[in-house]
Design a protein around this ligand. Structure first.
Ligand SMILES: Cc1cc2nc3c(=O)[nH]c(=O)nc-3n(C[C@H](O)[C@H](O)[C@H](O)COP(=O)(O)O)c2cc1C
Ligand code: SF4
Length: 399
């Protein structure tokens, strides 16, 4: 272990190693969207166990950009700053930096969940959230840019070390970047320059109003017709670097894409029937027939491959095209792979989500010689968030 656990800096922020907790929705915000005491303790525990840097779960910047999952963090008014400050103080006690992830869910929510019509660059049908999105006007897009900037100003007041825009996984900024979600022919759509305009104006605003480093997470490929692919992603990343972004985290997929962003060998059927609608509301007698049938066909449903290190190849291509730090996430769970990715120069930092849900003290364990994470990437945790706080359900719900 020489590169992984070497002290370094990222965007000028000192870090004790190159292991980052990738953004993970915890479902533990209070009714105002501020971190609850439980969430603060969770972060304090994570920070006290050897992690290099924490990226928070996504926090909504606008009222119409909230997730359908319960207890998402929100940062669209000043009343929440004090609670966020308690979170950063708790994490900083251990000298660990913490980055706030800022998001707008766009089409990937339901109007019922947010209490108003959801919005998008274009009204493209979402198979999981089929209600119609309102197409954003020019003025409304400028309003959302202001919301991101105002959220970053609050993040700075709350003591965060930086912000990360959620530009991937099918959320609003992903939809703007991708020709699949963005079919506009005004100044926000069409050419790469136009599709990138929103993220370029957001960083311009944040840099004018704060001193925070600004990172972005995005999906280098998304498996959508005319969607994101590695060639267009390289061009986008070069624009992001020129616009002033301080680091890029390479991910993939959209929520619509099933288990692409977070891959598993099988769909977690028991969890699907327990937590995902409409299955979760099936009458019990129907479940008795439907669940065994679903399990029977489960091995026949093709899942995205490979299951491990699945964004590393794209991260390496992006890293060779930009000079800002590249973080890679997705199916990374072996210490030897982490070391190899870094020593081969395929990425500058390793980030993980599910392994830290399973073992919040994983970084310390790896430093002490554990060779791989215990998380078996079964994805039960990815379903529980539809109804309850995030937790590892491995061994508690059978597949
Ligand atoms: C329970 C859960 C919550 C997640 N929440 C977020 C989030 O808030 N923001 C985000 O960018 N990605 C989120 N993700 C995606 C992860 O950050 C990560 O990109 C994906 O799980 C692949 O990494 P892994 O193989 O290390 O889990 C979430 C994933 C899971 C399983
Ligand atoms: S439920 Fe636990 S073991 Fe399964 S993917 Fe999530 S964290 Fe890993």
């Amino acid at each position: 272990m020489n590169i992984l656990f070497k002290q370094t800096t990222i965007s000028g922020i000192p870090v004790s190693n190159r292991i980052i907790r990738s953004a993970t929705h915890d479902g533990l915000a209070d009714s105002d969207g501020a971190p609850s005491d439980k969430l603060i303790s969770k972060y304090e525990h994570l920070a006290g166990n050897g992690i290099g840097c924490i990226i928070t779960g996504y926090a909504a910047v606008s009222r119409n950009g909230v997730s359908p999952y319960p207890a998402m963090m929100k940062i669209f008014d000043d009343g929440v700053i004090e609670k966020y400050k308690m979170l950063t103080d708790a994490v900083h006690k251990n000298g660990t930096p913490v980055i706030l992830q800022l998001a707008h869910c766009g089409r990937q929510t339901s109007s019922k969940a947010i209490g108003m019509q959801k919005v998008a660059p274009t009204n493209v049908l979402h198979s999981f959230y089929p209600d119609k999105a309102k197409v954003l006007t020019d003025g409304e897009i400028l309003g959302i840019i202001d919301d991101f900037v105002a959220a970053a100003v609050r993040a700075e007041k709350a003591g965060f070390d930086g912000v990360q825009l959620h530009g991937g996984h099918g959320y609003l900024l992903h939809d703007f970047l991708s020709p699949y979600g963005n079919r506009r022919n005004d100044r926000w759509g069409g050419s790469t320059e136009n599709r990138c305009r929103i993220v370029e104006l957001i960083i311009k605003g944040i840099k004018e109003k704060t001193n925070l480093p600004v990172w972005i997470k995005f999906s280098a490929e998304d498996n959508r017709k005319n969607g994101m692919n590695i060639d267009s992603s390289v061009e986008i990343c070069q624009r992001l670097e020129a616009a002033g972004y301080d680091a890029i985290e390479v991910s993939c997929g959209t929520v619509q894409d099933g288990m692409n962003t977070m891959r598993s060998e099988l769909l977690p059927m028991d969890a699907v029937f327990r937590y995902r609608e409409p299955c979760a509301s099936f009458p019990k007698f129907l479940n008795k027939i439907a669940l065994p049938a679903a399990k029977l066909i489960n091995p026949l449903i093709r899942q995205p491959k490979p299951l491990e290190n699945f964004n590393v190849a794209n991260a390496a291509i992006i890293k060779s095209s930009v000079s800002i730090p590249v973080i890679v996430v997705g199916g990374i769970h072996k210490a030897a792979d982490m070391e190899q990715i870094l020593s081969d120069g395929k990425a500058d930092f390793i980030s993980m989500c599910r392994p830290f849900i399973c073992e919040p003290d994983l970084a310390k364990k790896l430093a002490n010689g554990q060779t791989e994470a215990k998380c078996i990437m079964c994805n039960y945790c990815g379903l529980v968030i539809e109804k309850e706080p995030t937790r590892c359900l491995y061994g508690r719900v059978k597949n």
